[in-house]
Structures are given as C-alpha cells and as structure tokens.
Write a protein that binds this ligand. Structure first.
Ligand SMILES: *[C@@H]1O[C@H](CO)[C@@H](O)[C@H](O)[C@H]1NC(C)=O
Ligand SMILES: *[C@@H]1O[C@H](CO)[C@@H](O)[C@H](O)[C@H]1NC(C)=O
Ligand SMILES: *[C@@H]1O[C@H](CO)[C@@H](O)[C@H](O)[C@H]1NC(C)=O
Ligand SMILES: *[C@@H]1O[C@H](CO)[C@@H](O)[C@H](O)[C@H]1NC(C)=O
Ligand SMILES: *[C@@H]1O[C@H](CO)[C@@H](O)[C@H](O)[C@H]1NC(C)=O
Length: 337
C-alpha cells in the first residue's frame, strides 16, 4: 500500500457519521487485545508458540503475542537504524513480508515515498525474528519499470517444488502486480521462463490510472494457488473519502499453478479481463480492510489478517486497527466466517 502522510488526527463526529455504504453481511473481526493499533500491512509468522507481527511504521514494528487475539506486545523495530537503501531523504519503509526458508527468516520490505514510483524492495535476514537480530542486505535489484512500483513484496516457496527458486510478487498502480522468481532468495534472475510477468491488473481507469490492485499475497491450499490482494484507495481521510466501494477491500484470484494464469470465481482472467472475487469489504464499523496476509494454523484453520479503519474512532494512520477472521475454503473460494 501507499500510506498517507502519518499525521495523527481525530475523527470529527460529523465526518464520521458521513461514513460510507456499510455491508453488515461480513462477520466482525475476531477480538484483539494489547497493541492492536497503528497497524498497516501486517505480516504474521509463528515461531513455536509465539506469533510475531511485523507492520509498517517505526522502521518496521515487531510485536509478539501468545495468540492471534493477543495480548500483543510491541518489541522494537526490525531495522533499528533504517535501511541501507537510499532513494529519497523523505523515504519510508513499508509493507514487511516475513517468511522462513530452512532455518533463516527473510523479511522483504519496500522503500518509497507517498505517490512516487521511485521505490525499491530490500531484504533483511534473521535467525530468530527478534529486534536486534536482523541483518540488512539492502536492495534485491529488481529493475525499475514504468509498468510497476517496487513495493508490497511477498515471497512464496512452492512446497511442490522445494528446490526451485521461490516466487516474489510485488507492485501496485500502473500495470498492477508482477511476479518473479528470486535466485538464492536474494537475486533478480536474468532469463528463464517464466521470468518476470504480470499476475494482476485492472485496466478499468479511475481518473488517469488503472484501478489500483496491490499488496498481493500468495497462498496454496489443497491443490490451488490463491492470490489475495487489496484493491481501491487505501488511506483516505474525511472529507476526501472515495466513492463508497472504491475504498480498500480484499479480493482473490486463483490458479492451478503458482505462475498463473489467475482467474476469479466467474472465470474472468485477472490480468486481461479485470477479474477478481471479493473476500472482505467495508461493513458495520469496519472500513477499508486491506494490506492482508493469510496463514494456516496447526489445527488446519485458515486465517485472513489485515488492517482496517473504525469510522467511530478515526481515519488517521495511527488509528488503523489490526484485524483477523477465519476463512472457509471448502467451496474452493475463500469465504470469511
Ligand atoms: C456484501 O457482502 C456480500 C456477502 O459477502 C457480497 O456478496 C456483496 O457483494 C457485498 N456488498 C458490497 C457492496 O460490498
Ligand atoms: C504499539 O506498537 C506501535 C508500532 O506498531 C508502537 O509505535 C507503539 O509504541 C506501541 N505502543 C505501545 C504502548 O507499546
Ligand atoms: C545502530 O546504530 C548504533 C549506533 O551506531 C549501533 O550501536 C547499533 O549496533 C546499530 N544497530 C544495528 C542493528 O546495526
Ligand atoms: C547461488 O548460491 C550458490 C551456492 O551458494 C552459488 O554457487 C551461486 O553462485 C549463487 N547464484 C547466484 C546467482 O547468486
Ligand atoms: C476494476 O475496477 C473497477 C473500478 O474502476 C471496479 O468497479 C471493478 O470492481 C474492478 N474489478 C475488480 C475485479 O476488482
């Protein structure tokens, strides 16, 4: 996502009551205790019986909890001294994506400024996940392109080909989301097929640009590959809210191979036919859910976690909440339950 400038602001009652179209057919987020706010683009991984949550802000905030419901306790930053990537003096570090390959934890992150295509994706590694244990490796050298923005990375090692290169998805705005193999987890490969390719795009224009798809997350369940993503405007504040339905919401496309082609539940292609199936959108006091990830619990339950705004509280960056729900995938398509 592209966070708005981080200026705390209270939600004026008048602005809050002008809240957007509400859909009460989705269940509310599961409860959350402890540190559940100032959360954007969460990435969650479990180590033994502890959940680690990484999120945008403060050089990537790390929090831990004994359960997804909390209590969440802030532990410290991932990149204590910032990133070694320098693209702009006003840059921010966004949208961490943490996974374990072998005995090493890999955290991909984006470096950008609001509304800019001058961006890059970096990598830090750790043996333990804890603050202070991370080594920054800087850029993974995906070449810039007018077709995409180098933000919102997500790594996926296909369990059916454990010795093959893992796949990184990234991107937003312009031509949407792209996928590339990563050699040795750190290098953008030259050549190979399929190499870098487009996996999500909505060519319907809003103003001058195609409709935003971003923050993609790869997930395999049974024999299908799911690409969850966020569509719409992530972070507007009253009085500049987008038209109801154009705010952030969570969508999914599905494929029978990790590289695609991805289609929606109507069979529409997610690159050529603006495909996408809605998973979660604004409802009740939940507004603009997005920046999502998915994890599977030991008991087999599948969790969709995300950030969202509570219109009754406010729309400022430090007021974004952490939320999660369980998914029912028995139909082959994820349904929030
Ligand atoms: C409301 O939720 C239902 C059930 O998931 C969905 O079919 C419908 O598209 C949603 N409506 C809007 C406006 O988001
Ligand atoms: C909660 O976590 C945020 C970062 O996500 C941090 O900035 C804030 O200080 C934490 N609050 C407390 C009370 O620990
Ligand atoms: C951050 O910088 C301080 C001061 O130079 C240094 O003591 C500390 O070890 C650095 N932290 C990391 C994780 O490199
Ligand atoms: C990948 O790692 C292997 C083993 O460390 C090394 O021999 C090879 O040169 C690396 N490839 C690239 C492209 O960095
Ligand atoms: C594509 O974008 C348009 C808005 O320009 C939106 O109405 C439509 O729902 C989007 N399609 C998908 C699959 O998200």
């Amino acid at each position: 996502m592209i966070p708005n400038i981080f200026i705390p602001a209270l939600c004026a009652l008048t602005a809050c009551s002008a809240s957007p179209l509400l859909n009460s057919t989705y269940p509310n987020p599961e409860p959350c205790t402890g540190n559940c706010t100032w959360i954007h683009d969460p990435s969650i991984i479990r180590k033994d019986s502890t959940y680690y949550r990484f999120s945008t802000s403060g050089n990537i905030a790390i929090a831990t909890a004994p359960s997804l419901t909390g209590p969440w306790a802030y532990q410290g930053p991932l990149l204590e001294n910032g990133t070694s990537i320098t693209i702009n003096p006003n840059q921010d570090i966004w949208a961490p994506d943490v996974s374990r390959i072998g005995t090493t934890y890999y955290a991909y992150y984006s470096v950008s400024t609001f509304g800019s295509q001058t961006s890059d994706i970096g990598l830090a590694t750790s043996a333990s996940l804890d603050p202070g244990s991370w080594t920054d490796h800087g850029s993974i050298h995906i070449p810039p392109s007018p077709s995409y923005n180098l933000i919102d990375p997500n790594l996926f090692q296909d369990p059916t080909t454990p010795d093959a290169d893992p796949w990184l998805v990234f991107g937003s705005y312009w031509d949407g989301v792209f996928q590339t193999p990563l050699t040795n987890l750190t290098s953008f490969p030259v050549g190979g097929s399929p190499g870098l390719h487009n996996v999500l795009r909505n060519s319907t224009t809003t103003g001058a640009a195609p409709f935003v798809v971003e923050g993609a997350f790869q997930f395999r369940y049974q024999n299908s590959y799911y690409l969850f993503f966020s569509a719409g405007a992530c972070c507007n504040m009253p009085p500049d809210l987008p038209a109801p339905g154009a705010e952030y919401h969570i969508m999914v496309c599905r494929a029978s191979a990790i590289t695609g082609p991805y289609v929606d539940d109507q069979g529409r292609d997610c690159v050529g036919q603006n495909g996408g199936t809605k998973v979660l959108a604004s409802h009740g006091d939940v507004y603009a859910p997005g920046g999502q990830g998915v994890l599977e619990e030991d008991d087999g339950r599948v969790v969709l976690y995300y950030h969202y705004v509570k219109p009754s509280v406010g729309y400022a960056a430090d007021q974004f909440f952490f939320g999660f729900n369980y998914l029912d995938l028995s139909s082959g398509w994820p349904v929030v339950v």
